[in-house]
Design a protein around this ligand. Structure first.
Ligand SMILES: Nc1ncnc2c1ncn2[C@@H]1O[C@H](COP(=O)(O)OP(=O)(O)OP(=O)(O)O)[C@@H](O)[C@H]1O
Ligand SMILES: [Mg+2]
Length: 315
């Protein structure tokens, strides 16, 4: 029994093996993923951070079987996703993957309860067991008394909790949340994270959460950092010991550097300070620390932050 249990808790819920994804747009090819490697054990609560366009959602779509890699393999619960037929994928998606999005994706004409049981009652009149399961899921997110409310009768945080209940309904192997707090105020975001943590601790529910918010990442037990289609950092980043805003500052710096009108591929620290409304010497200190920790590859050249990573520097 104990061996079985150990085997279970050591099992991998996700393994990505040299995953590449190239979007072929005819004239140009976009290399969204360039060899992503990582694995995640059952029961882990992991965050995924990285600048806009670094490949986070692309990776999610592949793990969620909504897209396929150009090269490489992804395993969910030990199953090689490339071996599945479309029909098997559809079934796998509804039973093994829970999705949570920034903009909720609830059906406006359905009640909270109906939305929650949709994955198990599609197109059928829900049975007693399904309704009970729906109430249980709503109870887990503290919304049992809102079961008959429609989405427009709920606050943003409540709508997100309905989505969480919906994602829980099948006890999926993994819940993928793409910026679940991106549309919420900080306080409400915190309660959503607290809920993830509770579900993780009480039910060993595995989560992979995309976020731009270092405060959200700090709540998870491990953070993957993806840049330009490659995972460049995989660890428990003690965000609080760096600076609560440091990662998002660099994150935004990369966005400025990649901007269409930035021909030079670099940004001066005073400019960055101005754009971010942060004191100048503070920006330098933060950037330096982040570079030293290899969260990003680049260097400070005089007054400029220069990113070295392929594709970031424009010529
Ligand atoms: N369907 C698609 N066709 C072509 N290019 C795409 C497609 N989807 C994504 N891309 C490109 O792939 C790269 C990675 O995009 P992705 O959506 O994964 O980024 P992201 O990290 O989720 O960014 P954000 O934080 O802004 O959501 C980007 O350069 C994007 O323009
Ligand atoms: Mg995205």
């Amino acid at each position: 029994m104990e061996i079985e249990y150990k085997k279970m808790i050591n099992a991998e819920v996700i393994r990505a093996d040299h995953v590449y994804k190239t979007y072929d747009l005819g004239q140009i090819q976009v290399e969204a993923l360039k060899g992503v490697n990582f694995s995640m054990k059952k029961g882990e609560l992991v965050s995924l951070m990285g600048p806009s366009g670094s490949g986070k959602s692309t990776l999610f779509n592949i793990i969620g079987t909504m897209d396929t890699p150009t090269k490489g393999a992804v395993f969910v619960n030990g199953i090689d996703l490339s071996t599945m037929t479309e029909l098997e994928k559809t079934r796998f998606r509804s039973e093994q993957i829970g999705f949570i999005f920034q903009f909720y994706n609830l059906i406006p004409v359905l009640s909270a309860l109906e939305n929650v049981i949709l994955p198990i009652a599609a197109l059928k009149k829900p049975g007693k067991q399904q309704v009970e399961a729906g109430f249980r899921a709503l109870d887990m997110v503290g919304l049992k008394d809102r079961a008959n409310h429609r989405p427009d009768e709920l606050s943003g945080g409540e709508q997100q909790r309905v989505c969480i209940a919906r994602s829980l309904i099948n006890s999926p192997a993994i819940i993928l949340a793409d910026e679940p707090t991106g549309n919420l105020d900080q306080e409400t975001g915190k309660t959503i994270l607290a809920l993830f943590k509770k579900l993780n601790e009480d039910n060993h529910q595995s989560f992979l959460i995309i976020t731009h918010d270092p405060a959200v990442a700090a709540q998870t037990s491990r953070t993957l950092y993806i840049e330009d289609g490659v995972i460049i950092q995989d660890s428990k980043i003690d965000v609080s010991s760096i600076d609560a805003s440091a990662i998002s500052i660099v994150d935004r710096a990369v966005t400025f550097i990649k901007a269409e009108d930035n021909v030079a591929g670099k940004i001066s620290l005073p400019d960055l300070a101005r754009k971010l409304s942060v004191e100048e010497d503070r920006v330098e200190q933060i950037v330096e620390r982040i570079l030293r920790r290899n969260l990003l590859t680049g260097h400070i050249e005089g007054d400029y932050l220069v990113m070295k990573k392929g594709g970031l520097e424009r010529r």
